[in-house]
Design a protein around this ligand. Structure first.
Ligand code: AMP
Ligand code: MG
Length: 400
């Protein structure tokens, strides 16, 4: 049925075999590192918390003295940021969240379980060693790895780095992603739409995707359907970019110049992939730049970007894990006439926590991609029955 077509997995494996992280590494302030990809694992040079401290507002005590009804003299007050004196026998220290435990104390009685009488505090309950104490190193041990190499730094990762005193982080330099759009029919919004013309919607979709993945974008705009024009922009893009992604011109029509242009300037593999939407995909190299040519069809270019360009780009950015996390989700629809190729169906969550399909899955209907919350990854020739669990790739996963 799919003779001569490559499966999605085969194509992905071949593509990723040709992907390597950019070589440049730069140190950036941790305050600006969120969204960047960490180039070297980070270890902590200290314990966190750096000292035993109280996790609540209350009284630091010796558990052995702190039976229910015990009356202890409040000998000192310890705020976060200050250091207490050794705890006198028979006494308690007023203590606040985050303040260091005074030497000799081994428990905190929370203020709700005490009664204050002048200089004394009496306990309503007995305390046990360790109550409401956060121990030194209980979160992070000195010397332990806190962040692995090849991770895109989330805001909380930079916070974690800061919590052990790290000021700058080594990250891969940003990937320079070149984009251009082939097609004599294309015009930009704002220009008159002459008969036979269409708007260059892919420029918006692909630019948005490039930004979502934190690339440095070089956008060469619309390139006419001519071999010379296509070769020229390819040469320039290959000098200026790590990865060139194009839309259109990779079919086998008369006006499809991407294939011969890449062959003339570099090397090209043309794949026909057993997927819907999609099918034609070009992969190659021009000088030091990688090249991926996407189909011009707006749904196809969007989906093939997410399925192929995304993992390739993430690898180039230095990410170790590029596989999107799929969810097993309930289909609240029937899909009776599956294609012989693997399908990526535009679907959306309903109020019952199941998935609905966009009524038309035609690959020219861009509306479906905007309406959807993600893609159902349906195996080749697999009919879906209502209630069945399907493999769902939420946009939230595919866009990171
Ligand atoms: P192609 O891959 O060049 O044969 O184009 C396939 C279909 O996608 C044709 O209907 C094109 O008009 C359309 N198309 C190509 N490029 C774009 C684009 N940048 N924006 C919107 N539609 C496009
Ligand atoms: Mg075209």
């Amino acid at each position: 049925m799919n003779k001569g077509l490559l499966s999605v997995d085969e194509a992905l494996a071949q593509l990723l075999a040709g992907a390597a992280p950019v070589s440049g590494i730069e140190d950036v302030p941790a305050l600006e590192a969120s969204g960047r990809v960490l180039a070297r694992a980070q270890r902590s040079t200290m314990d966190v918390p750096p000292m035993d401290n109280s996790s609540m507002d209350g009284y630091a005590v010796r558990a052995s003295e702190s039976v229910a009804g015990a009356r202890l003299k409040v000998g000192q007050k310890i705020m976060a940021g200050s250091v207490g004196k050794p705890l006198e026998p028979g006494s308690a220290a007023r203590i606040f969240t985050g303040a260091p435990m005074p030497p000799g104390a081994d428990a905190v009685v929370i203020q709700e379980e005490t009664e204050v009488q002048g200089e004394f505090v009496s306990l309503k309950k007995k305390a046990s060693p360790g109550d409401w104490v956060r121990y030194v190193g209980s979160d992070i041990r000195k010397g332990s790895e806190i962040l692995p190499a090849g991770k895109r730094l989330a805001p909380q990762d930079t916070g974690l780095a800061a919590s052990v005193g790290i000021k700058t982080l080594p990250v891969y330099r940003k990937v320079r992603l070149g984009l251009f759009f082939t097609g004599d029919e294309l015009v930009m919004p704002g220009e008159p739409l002459a008969p036979g013309r269409i708007y260059n919607s892919n420029r918006f979709t692909l630019r948005g995707l490039a930004h979502a993945f934190d690339c440095e974008v070089r956008d060469y705009g619309i390139v006419p359907d001519s071999l010379e024009a296509t070769r020229e922009v390819l040469r320039r893009a290959a000098r200026e970019c790590d990865l060139i992604v194009t839309s259109g011109g990779v079919s086998v029509g008369e006006a499809d110049y991407v294939k011969p242009a890449v062959e003339a300037e570099g090397r090209l593999l043309m794949w026909r992939i057993a997927m819907k939407p999609g099918r034609p995909l070009a992969f190659g190299r021009i000088g030091d730049a990688a090249f991926i040519g996407l189909p011009g069809n707006p749904v196809s270019s969007f989906v093939t970007f997410l399925i192929f360009v995304r993992p390739f780009l993430l690898r180039t950015q230095g990410l170790r894990h590029v596989e999107p996390k799929a969810i097993a989700a309930r289909a609240d629809f029937d899909w009776r006439e599956p294609d012989a190729r693997q399908e990526f169906l535009r679907a959306k969550w309903n109020a019952q926590g199941g998935l609905e399909l966009y009524p038309t899955q035609d690959s020219a209907v861009l509306t479906s991609t905007a309406w959807a919350d993600g893609l159902v990854d349906n195996p080749a020739a697999h009919p879906i029955r209502k209630g069945e669990l399907v493999r769902f790739l939420p946009y939230a996963e595919l866009l990171r």
